[in-house]
Design a protein around this ligand. Structure first.
Ligand code: PSV
Ligand code: MN
Length: 408
């Protein structure tokens, strides 16, 4: 690394940003304050419903997944928490798991109950016609709240696979009522300092209807539950062409945006690397978030999480790449000339308004990110740092090749 050249490049960039009335030093501080949670299930073997593929050195249990997450944090400096999925990450002693994480410099983040892999849930979980199945589902979520308390997590993150496959199969309104009733039981038991994030998904596994298919119904449910229930936006869970940044803005304005699952999709599902298909979309989302941050009427408390399972990329590398992409895009969105944008909007000048966004999106922020990392004692390029660390060789030797499904 030629540090002299890097400093020159950074100075040139800072001058450019000053013309947009953006303080490069402030951006440099902010990009290292970002916290992106990585998912435990992104470190275990995964696949499609046709085949689960194995990878060399892949994590075989919750302890190893946390070890990998800690490695991602070590090289990026901005991935301090790891989400866990119960029972995929079940251990007999969650205090020990918490201590293991902390020893490695990370913390356990959101707790994700699993209401989709039990035979009982074939026709639904919290929406099921049978009260015994609904009770079982609610009890599992309550169990996850207890785990959250043990590991000191403040976020319970819920996604339901509930839906139906054929027209006429279910009574929509009755299912909605049962869903609300079940989640009200959960909410009543939610500790005061914990929040409940509710995630929607257009379709899958059900093909005809999904009980929480979009932000509208999820907003309604979380609104009825109470202040600590909010909506989680998974980037891959929308129909093609949906304006996700607008949804984000609406949820912010209603005080109901709770978090993100970052990823991308080409056709359906949600497991492509964030920004792989539509990098401008996440820039536009950050643009809304940054705009709201400076609004005194908005109280933002948003969790940023990745939700990706890579089958053909090496998992740790793919996760580092994703964390870096989110950070880079956030940095670009921080370089928007907001005065110019506001003025152009006030004058109905669509060209200038759009250009204000595009000039930020097209800004090469690499020198700023590299300087920010160096100042924090990190290597300038986390992917290179990881490759040079010898960690992959070490886990290949210690763990062997292919551990089988990490999600069962
Ligand atoms: C469902 O597709 C989902 O996005 C939910 O967040 C789950 O918890 C996660 O993926 C499981 O892979
Ligand atoms: Mn998700």
């Amino acid at each position: 690394m030629d540090e002299k050249k890097l400093k020159q490049d950074y100075t040139r960039l800072a001058e450019k940003l000053a013309q947009r009335q953006v303080d490069a030093e402030a951006v440099k501080t902010k990009v290292m304050q970002l916290a992106i949670e990585t998912p435990s299930w992104g470190y275990g073997d995964s696949g499609t419903r046709f085949k689960v593929f194995t990878q060399p050195g892949v994590a075989r249990n919750a302890y190893e997944k946390i070890q990998d997450a800690a490695m991602v944090h070590k090289v990026t400096g901005i991935a301090p928490t790891v989400a866990i999925h119960i029972p995929w990450d079940w251990v007999d002693d969650f205090t020990a798991l918490k201590q293991h994480a902390e020893k490695l410099g990370v913390k356990i983040g959101s707790i994700n109950p699993n209401l989709f892999q039990d035979e009982d849930y074939k026709y639904g979980s919290v929406t099921h016609v049978d009260p015994i199945v609904r009770s079982k589902a609610v009890d599992h979520i309550l169990e996850c709240i207890q785990i959250a308390e043990v590991v000191n997590s403040k976020v319970l993150s819920l996604w339901l696979a509930d839906g139906s496959d054929y027209p006429g199969q279910v009574h929509f309104r009755q299912r909605k009522q049962r869903l609300l009733e079940s989640l009200q039981k959960v909410y009543k038991n939610l500790p005061q300092d914990m929040c409940l994030l509710v995630e929607y998904k257009l379709f899958e596994p059900a093909f005809y209807h999904t009980d929480l298919a979009d932000w509208g119904i999820t907003y309604i449910i979380t609104k009825k539950l109470g202040e600590r229930a909010k909506v989680l936006v998974d980037m891959g869970h929308h129909a093609q062409g949906t304006n996700v940044e607008w949804i984000v803005a609406m949820l912010i304005d209603e005080g109901k945006l709770g978090g993100f699952h970052f990823n991308n999709r080409k056709y359906a599902d949600d497991d492509l690397t964030v920004g792989a298909i539509n990098p401008y979309e996440i820039f536009l989302i950050f643009n809304e978030l940054i705009d709201a941050e400076s609004d005194p009427d908005v109280d933002l408390d948003v969790s940023y999480m990745l939700d990706q399972s890579h089958n053909t990329k090496l998992k740790i590398e793919a996760t580092i790449q994703s964390v870096m992409f989110v950070q880079e895009t956030y940095a670009k969105a921080l370089t928007v000339d907001r005065k110019k944008l506001a003025k152009a909007r006030a004058e109905n000048d669509a060209v200038t308004a759009e250009l204000a966004l595009q000039e930020a999106f097209n800004t090469d922020v690499t020198p700023l990110l590299q300087m920010a990392r160096i100042e924090k004692g990190l290597e300038p390029d986390p992917l290179v740092a990881y490759k040079n660390s010898g960690y992959f060789e070490k886990i290949c030797e210690a763990r062997g090749a292919g551990a089988g499904k990490g999600w069962e």
